[in-house]
Design a protein around this ligand. Structure first.
Ligand code: ADP
Ligand code: MG
Length: 683
């Protein structure tokens, strides 16, 4: 094991500087390195004959330098060209590099080298720009199938490749097998070491396929085992609460200022049944932003309170908790149900008072943030818990609050629309209720996809809306691989908006590096209408309600996933005003066009998430932190659905026979799950 924990800096070819760059890619140890999988491969296997090279083609040639490298100074003093003429039996080719003086004495006339690069045909000449090369007998850069890494952050692909090779050499014949023999045999999976080596440097396509299958299988299996283990953790032998059949949800439903949608009615029936049942409820309530989940949770809470129990509502941020409190009070005050707020910003005195009343049973519903998890928060009779989650695996925290009651029923709410087939698998540990319908009379948010060139018009439009009294969000992407640089460019953009474009308006800027308190303050000011334009990276709180905001502008919309764009769009259209979403995008690729079209065509989160999966693949879909899904390093749930199904079957078999994975033959499996999910699971 020890070797794999070796710090990246001590690997051959990596000094302190490169180590820093690698760390930006999330590579800290040898293990991180060898599990940094290629995004793509380039087949540099077959040499082409020079005479037949096509313009624009990437090709490998085997050729002999005709003369030495010549150095050509251009008018632009900063660029020096290095040219080398080479030949094979069919013709000659001119190779060109920029500013690479060390190439001057690199090649010997008469020896054979391999060159790989992009071909340019100008007039009668054949050229290759900045080719990579190898001696004929070596294969570092040109032979075989060459891995292309997802991102290299100022390191060249060649450098990373070399470091990878050094890393793999260190673990050669030392990598421990991670999968039990009987599973490998049953599913014909290759060894771990073989898979790791071949995923980086496959000799042919078939080797790549086998390596990938093995790694995907393992990744999905550990996830499924984790899910089932979780499910077992909830399912206690003890009996849960059966809430009173005498308390009718309809009492509060009849007092609502609106009619429930069919979908809300359906999920409330499911919840009601679970609540009256003796078994403990563990149910996921999934529904688009604004589909009326909170309303559902209020009605269910009514039932719990009137059956004699206390309720805890846990929200991810103080603003959301405050917002929930308002909604709860509005509907439940008439029933003399006592709701209180517990967030970290309240005064000590107030807090003490709340804690005391909570313990004495003088508060029926407590709404709060993580503050609710603290040890000194005690209930008299906690029977029902609602967690408003952005994170799929916030499981430990859920456990902490559950422990404050006696087998309370739990409702987990999420606004992440996931296609049903996938939800059934990923949330395999919970029962699922879906609200797949929005309340009627919602105004459609008008969505426009515009190119950068339209910027001036967009800005004009924003000003007009603000002059009419509305507010606007402007969201910028923050690309993780390059966070610092990006933050800088986002800050610059914010400054430009503040000081130039919108200088006559009140503009504020919000980003992830700010303290929570600072963020909350700005958000509050925006909510109170003291800010006209809020510029933000994606930290805008999911679910925040500012009915007066009617414009959502997304910069570089092509960099966001569709599901994410949809979530962002959900920030507007929450009031009486016609709202607009403006997606500014760059790039002309077909995929980008298609994705923008999906957004302008539909407002349905489920359709959007299916398209997102289709157009991007799950790697990126779930890679976004917003989903809080486990991050897959290699699996793609869309493409790998067949493997996922196999794995799902296997996992339930394994857990049926050995719920805690204690048998000797399952030891490796237990370690696999533990390693990946130790921070979320008690196993
Ligand atoms: P979610 O929690 O899913 O984002 P909410 O429950 O907060 O959605 O509902 C959003 C808004 O719609 C709230 O103002 C709520 O009062 C209102 N609402 C909820 N259900 C309905 C309905 N069936 N008809 C009309 N308005 C509704
Ligand atoms: Mg129950």
């Amino acid at each position: 094991m020890g070797e794999l924990e070796k710090e990246i800096q001590y690997i051959k070819g990596v000094g302190p500087n490169r180590a820093k760059l690698l760390q930006k890619l999330g590579i800290h140890t040898l293990k991180d390195l060898i599990t940094y999988y290629p995004r793509d491969y380039e087949d540099r296997n077959k040499p082409s004959e020079i005479a037949y090279l096509q313009d624009g083609q990437e090709a490998l040639i085997e050729a002999i330098p005709v003369s030495k490298v010549s150095e050509i100074r251009t008018k632009n003093k900063r660029v020096v060209l290095y040219k080398l003429m080479v030949r094979d039996s069919t013709g000659t080719c001119i190779l060109t590099w920029y500013n690479q003086s060390y190439l001057k004495n690199r090649f010997k006339v008469g020896e054979i080298y391999k060159f790989f690069g992009k071909v340019k045909r100008v007039g009668g000449h054949i050229e290759m720009m900045s080719p990579v090369y190898d001696l004929e007998k070596t294969n570092k850069n040109t032979g075989k199938i060459i891995p292309i890494y997802p991102s290299t952050y100022q390191l060249s692909q060649n450098t990373i490749r070399q470091i990878m090779e050094n890393g793999l050499n260190l673990v050669k014949s030392k990598l421990q097998e991670t999968m039990p023999e009987f599973i490998k045999q049953r599913y014909q999976l290759i060894n771990y070491e073989e898979a790791i080596t071949r995923i980086h440097f496959p000799n042919d396509f078939n080797e790549f396929k086998q390596a990938r299958r093995r790694l995907v299988f393992e990744e999905l299996l550990s996830m499924q085992l984790a899910l089932l283990t979780l499910k077992n953790q909830y399912m206690t032998e003890e009996e849960g609460i059966s809430f009173s059949k005498e308390v009718k949800m309809s009492d509060v439903i009849n007092q609502l200022p609106f009619h429930l949608t069919k979908a809300q009615e359906k999920v409330l029936e499911e919840i009601d049944r679970d609540m009256e049942d003796r078994k403990t409820m563990n149910r996921l309530l999934q529904g688009d932003v604004g589909s009326g989940k909170t309303a559902v949770s209020i009605i269910a809470s009514y039932k719990a309170v009137k059956s004699g129990y206390q309720v805890a509502i846990m929200a991810p941020t103080a603003i959301l908790a405050t917002q929930h409190l308002e909604s709860f009070k509005q509907l439940l005050d008439p029933f003399h149900i006592r709701c209180e707020l517990l967030v970290s910003s309240i005064t000590k005195k107030k807090k003490e008072e709340i804690l005391e009343r909570l313990e004495n049973g003088e508060i029926d519903i407590i709404i709060g943030t993580h503050a609710l998890l603290e040890e000194n928060v005690r209930f008299k009779k906690l029977g029902f818990i609602v967690t408003d989650e952005q994170h799929r695996f916030g499981v430990k925290q859920r456990g902490t609050i559950v422990a404050k009651g006696e087998n309370p029923d739990v409702l987990v709410m999420t606004a992440t629309p996931i296609p049903r087939t996938l939800a059934l698998i990923l949330y395999g540990d919970l029962d699922i209720s879906i609200i797949d319908e929005l309340p009627p009379n919602r105004k459609k948010i008008d969505t426009y996809a515009v190119r950068k060139e339209m910027e001036a018009r967009v800005n004009q439009f924003i000003k007009k809306q603000i002059d009419e009294g509305r507010q606007a969000y402007i969201v910028c992407p923050l690309v993780e691989e390059n966070e610092e640089m990006n933050l800088k460019s986002v800050t610059e953009l914010a400054e430009k908006y503040k000081k130039e474009v919108f200088k006559e308006y009140r503009v504020e800027y919000l980003h992830g590096k700010m303290k929570n308190k600072e963020k909350d303050e700005i958000m509050m000011k925006f909510k109170e209408g003291e800010i006209d334009i809020l510029i933000a990276t994606t930290v805008i709180e999911v679910g925040v309600n500012v009915p007066n905001a009617s414009i959502m502008v997304v910069e570089n919309a092509e960099r966001f996933g569709l599901a994410q764009l949809h979530q962002l769009r959900g920030r507007v259209g929450r009031g009486e005003y016609q709202s607009f979403c403006i997606l500014k995008y760059e790039g002309k690729s077909e995929t980008i066009q298609k994705r923008m079209k999906v957004m302008t065509d539909t407002n349905d989160g489920f359709i959007i998430s299916e398209k997102d999966l289709e157009l991007r693949g799950t790697g990126e879909f779930f890679g976004t932190k917003q989903h809080g899904m486990p991050e897959f390093k290699i699996a793609n749930l869309f493409e790998d659905m067949p493997i996922l199904k196999e794995v799902q079957k296997l996992a339930s078999q394994l857990i049926d026979e050995d719920p805690k994975l204690e048998k000797k033959e399952n030891k490796l499996l237990k370690e696999m799950v533990k390693e990946k999910f130790h921070d979320r699971l008690e196993i």
